[in-house]
Design a protein around this ligand. Structure first.
Ligand SMILES: Cc1cc2nc3c(=O)[nH]c(=O)nc-3n(C[C@H](O)[C@H](O)[C@H](O)COP(=O)(O)OP(=O)(O)OC[C@H]3O[C@@H](n4cnc5c(N)ncnc54)[C@H](O)[C@@H]3O)c2cc1C
Length: 500
């Protein structure tokens, strides 16, 4: 096939070329840039970012109280110590990333307001050509690269997911999605209804409770919450002993990962005991007279959905204080003043916040072609949840849900650098995952096993995602404790990666 890039866009002749092009300047894109820059300083890199700032998730979300729900010792990078409390606000995470950009001199590689629209691979030229829209001017620009590192996250940043409920148009108050929070939203003294009970709702409710008239969290079904003080005793002790930050970071990471592995193991092997502990902790905060059975006893196994950490049990404290309440029921319809529930109960509210999740998106809603053929990622099989059959020189950073996302970003960065080294040794310019003869009849399984992890945004869009197989290296386990050993030892000559 002739040059697909030239067929599609003759203007690609004017393209700027980079060895490695990173899409997205969130925590994963910055990690990728750090690894390339430190391990391959001779390779040219660029990060293209739709928004006007770095930070991704932590720049997009501006709702009250926005914070991490995992600890920053493991959500932060392995190579940059975290020196604060375990759970951090978006502002603190942005501060950390800002320091990284300065310390590692990465900022100069980022092009903000550059949205990648299409990416075409040409086997003749061994190049990706990207068409990019400049958000300022609306003009198209072209970039070429030898290697495409997709760090665009897993959801659409411009709009969150809001289900359609009957009668929404009748509602006379304001409906707000946390992902597009109006900066001037005034909720002082107002009655607020938050629909949802994930990490976002659990953050919003205590953050707003002090200012609202009353705030109600309406959930279809309960979620597990893990209440604990926002401090790490090991870190505090090591800091008191003036142990260097780098050591403290590494020791605390190991301790947290050790403890989390134990929780994950128990969620599979003794789910009932773990469930009883989590519910018992909720009861301690809420008191014996509170109906924990109805509102905080989920039907699923702990860890089948993300376990939301609530610092100092603030959600439970808000409910206990009477400023916030929780209702477990289903919406029948919206009314002029609020919602009517299936039970017949009504909740009136001046503002309704739909904390109902994200729109999952596959590889940044970019149109991909390989030699002129459209790529449907749902037809591909993933190589270790990093690369895709038939798609050359491309990796996607999809992190962990059960452990911190960034642990996987770091593992993938190290894997890619090792793969580059191997390609250099072979003198290869292209690497493409391809099913081996023995893999052809392999069953094609969902991207993430729904029995293992099944939040709504993932199950809604699973059919769009790449598939995994039933054997190495086509499995995507979402298991940090396996992958931390498997990735560094992965056989790069097992026949699944084809080099040219
Ligand atoms: C509110 C919230 C809290 C979270 N808390 C945690 C937590 O505590 N722990 C945890 O492990 N995970 C958490 N997550 C998951 C979180 O998204 C990831 O952990 C992590 O921040 C993802 O980083 P990323 O860089 O991979 O992607 P993102 O943060 O999603 O950044 C991707 C970037 O790519 C850009 N982009 C996308 N498409 C294009 C395109 N076509 N062209 C150019 N640029 C593009 C986007 O604008 C964005 O800036 C949370 C998610 C949310 C929404």
């Amino acid at each position: 096939m002739s040059d697909a890039a030239a067929i599609i866009n003759p203007q690609a002749d004017t393209a700027e070329h980079f060895d490695v092009l990173i899409v997205g300047a969130g925590i994963s894109g910055i990690d990728a840039a750090y690894h390339i820059q430190t391990q391959y300083p001779d390779r040219s890199i660029v990060l293209l970012e739709t928004q006007d700032s770095f930070g991704g998730t932590w720049h997009t979300h501006k709702y009250p109280g926005i914070r991490s729900d995992s600890d920053l010792f493991t959500f932060g990078y392995k190579w940059k110590p975290w020196t604060g409390a375990p759970i951090a606000t978006a502002g603190e995470i942005m501060g950390y990333l800002n320091e990284v950009l300065d310390e590692q001199d990465i900022r100069r590689h980022i092009r903000f307001k550059h949205q990648v629209k299409s990416a075409s691979w040409s086997s003749d030229e061994k190049l990706w050509t990207l068409e990019v829209t400049c958000k300022d001017t609306g003009e198209s620009r072209f970039f070429t690269c030898s290697f495409l590192w997709m760090c665009q996250g897993y959801y659409r940043h411009d709009q969150g997911y809001t289900p359609e409920w009957p009668g929404m148009e009748d509602y006379q108050g304001q409906i707000v999605h946390p992902q597009t929070w109006p900066e001037d939203l005034n909720y002082k003294g107002k009655n607020v209804l938050v629909i949802g009970s994930g990490a976002t709702a659990a953050t919003l409710v205590p953050a707003m409770a002090g200012d609202c008239g009353h705030i109600t969290m309406l959930q279809r079904s309960p979620t597990y919450f893990a209440p604990a003080p926002n401090r790490n005793d090991v870190a505090d002790m090591l800091r008191e002993l003036e142990v260097p930050d780098e050591w403290t970071h590494e020791i605390v990471r190991r301790k947290i990962l050790h403890d989390q592995q134990e929780v994950t193991r128990r969620s599979f092997e003794e789910p009932e005991a773990l469930k009883a502990e989590l519910i018992g902790a909720a009861r301690q905060y809420l008191g014996d007279d509170f109906d924990v059975e109805t509102h905080f006893t989920p039907k699923y196994r702990p860890w089948q959905q993300r376990l939301a950490f609530i610092p100092d049990g603030d959600l439970f404290q808000g409910i206990r204080s009477g400023k916030a309440s929780v209702v477990t029921d289903q919406i029948d319809r919206f009314t002029a003043k609020g919602v009517l529930l299936k039970s017949g109960k009504k909740i009136e509210a001046d503002i309704i916040v739909t904390a109902t999740g994200f729109n999952l998106c596959v590889l940044g809603d970019i149109d991909f072609t390989v030699d002129g053929e459209k790529v449907d990622f749902a037809d591909t099989v993933t190589y270790r949840g990093i690369m895709f059959t038939g798609v050359p020189n491309l990796v996607w950073v999809f992190g962990y849900f059960r452990a911190s996302w960034t642990l996987r970003a770091d593992l993938i960065s190290e894997f890619v650098c090792r793969m580059f080294k191997h390609m250099d040794k072979l003198g290869a310019q292209v690497v493409t995952p391809r099913l081996r003869t023995e893999d052809h009849n392999m069953p094609k399984l969902p991207w993430i096993d729904p029995d293992n992890f099944n939040p709504g945004y993932l199950t809604r869009s699973m059919h769009l995602m790449p598939k995994q197989g039933d054997r190495e290296p086509w499995i995507f386990t979402q298991d940090y404790w396996k992958e931390k050993d498997e990735f560094p030892a992965a056989d790069l000559e097992d026949g699944a990666l084809v080099y040219e």
